[in-house]
Design a protein around this ligand. Structure first.
Ligand SMILES: [Zn+2]
Length: 479
């Protein structure tokens, strides 16, 4: 008797749970006639007594479909009735009698107003479509893999880099003939499950990141050139002493000149700066799947005469080393993303007294190469931040005098030396053009001037390649 009672309680529990589930399902399922096509069709085989089911169109072949983007689309049954979706195929709703087929906005442009494609926004949009197309692993018209079998398709449409739709040909034996992929065509689904929809949402976010990244390059055409699968060198021809920005579609690391550089995510891709050492042999170097050509460059020689007192400064190796450690530590903590979003500017206008890269002799003895530019201007001239950044170090150093290092992210720093006055402190956020200090002649200096350079990681690099541009714009159109 107890056993029966136990069973009875269990049965009641099951009924209560079942009712609760039904209620829950009712509240969470779409209103009638927005039933997912996949469900509606597959459940047609196994009828269920629901209001939506009764209103679903009779099971029949889908004649054609068109997705307008990652959300909206339509398909047409053989009898001419049309189903619409606004959520990437999760729900489908029968089109009203006043429905007209939307104008093709991304296709060949035949239906477009003439000249519309000449608008920069349209060009950018077209470039992003083309970038995405390069990532698609299936081509319209090909058969697709569905649950381990090859299915012939009569229509296929890539929608983005990962998402695409295909209509199985008649006789495929599929209950639901409209298939969707969210991994570039490797696997296909006959239903837009929560996972499939989540992948579409991620793809929408990726499309936004692609648009943001594409806007960083010089033009939509250059964005298309830069953002292909694999690696891009910005630029792919360079000189000793310059810097290169490396982009990859995949995360990873890069070995270069006995250093390891980690690629950092930014927008849709991964990046690192590579410093090209001044002493690097000209030639061709393999970077990822690309070739970097380092051209020959001649650096001039400069002879400098300084007082015996000044020359003796350079022999205080203990102080020099202590400063170097301080600076190295400051340069170790760079932001993991680009801190600027526009062109770099010169910190001031002045006579170029020493260009970048000069071989220097001080009092007849070979000294370090001059890995900066010197701009001779009167004492007290205001110095502008070359771009947005964060003050990594603002300190009085022995040789470079009052010195500022600005972090611009991903290991790129600008350096300002021999200042008479520091007007920022460690950790300050600065905007391009902000006055950060005044020109002076502190440290190892023979007269008022600004010693200015960039550092890519721990290597000083040519500041001239930054002015009036950004590393993203270093990519040039093919000649
Ligand atoms: Zn200098």
């Amino acid at each position: 008797m107890k056993k029966w009672l136990g069973l009875g309680v269990a049965l009641v529990l099951v009924l209560i749970l079942g009712a609760a589930w039904l209620l829950y399902d009712q509240r969470n399922s779409p209103p009638p006639n927005t039933e997912p096509a996949a469900r509606a069709l597959s459940e047609g085989v196994e009828p269920q007594p629901s209001a939506a089911q009764e209103e679903a169109p009779p099971m029949q072949n889908i004649a054609e479909f068109r997705m307008l983007d990652l959300d909206a689309g339509w398909f047409r049954y053989a009898d001419g009735s049309v189903m619409l979706t606004e959520d990437g195929g999760v729900h489908w709703q029968q089109a009203g009698s006043d429905w007209v087929e939307p104008v093709d906005e991304e296709g060949t442009g035949e239906k477009k107003a003439e000249g519309a494609a000449d608008q920069p926004a349209d060009q950018l949009e077209q470039s992003i479509r083309a970038i995405e197309a390069a990532y698609i692993a299936f081509s319209p018209g090909e058969a697709v893999d569905y649950k381990g079998q090859r299915i012939a398709v009569k229509q296929a449409q890539p929608v983005s880099g990962q998402v695409g739709w295909a209509l199985a040909a008649e006789g495929s034996g599929l209950v639901m003939s409209l298939l969707v992929t969210v991994d570039g065509g490797r696997t296909w689904h006959d239903e837009v499950t929560a996972d499939v929809r989540a992948a579409m949402e991620e793809e929408k976010a990726q499309r936004e990141r692609r648009a943001e990244e594409a806007a960083l390059y010089g033009s939509p055409q250059l964005a298309l050139q830069a953002m292909k699968p694999g690696w891009t060198l910005l630029p792919d021809r360079t000189y000793p002493g310059d810097a290169v920005l490396v982009r990859s579609s995949e995360p990873g690391e890069l070995e270069w000149q006995e250093q390891t550089y980690k690629l950092q995510p930014h927008k849709a891709d991964y990046f690192t700066y590579l410093p090209i050492p001044r002493a690097l042999e000209p030639g061709t170097y393999e970077i990822g799947d690309r070739q970097l050509i380092v051209e020959e460059k001649e650096f001039k020689t400069q002879y400098l005469k300084v007082s015996e007192q000044m020359e003796s400064m350079r022999r205080n190796t203990e102080r020099i080393q202590a400063d170097q450690e301080k600076v190295k530590a400051a340069r170790e903590n760079s932001a993991s993303t680009f801190l600027f979003d526009s062109e770099f500017v010169a910190p001031l206008k002045g006579r170029l007294s020493t260009p970048f890269g000069y071989t220097r002799y001080v009092n007849g003895k070979l000294s370090n190469s001059h890995m900066a530019i010197d701009l001779a201007v009167p004492e007290g001239t205001p110095i502008k931040a070359t771009n947005d950044g964060v003050v990594a170090l603002a300190d009085e150093l022995y040789l470079s005098g009052n010195t500022i290092y600005l972090d611009h992210g991903l290991g790129l720093f600008s350096q300002y030396a021999h200042l008479s006055k520091l007007q920022v402190a460690d950790g300050d956020t600065v905007k391009k053009g902000d006055i950060i200090g005044l020109v002076g002649s502190t440290g190892f200096s023979t007269g008022p001037h600004l010693h200015f350079t960039f550092w890519a990681h721990d290597v000083p690099v040519n500041p001239d390649v930054f002015f009036e541009t950004t590393p993203f714009q270093w990519l040039k159109a093919p000649q």
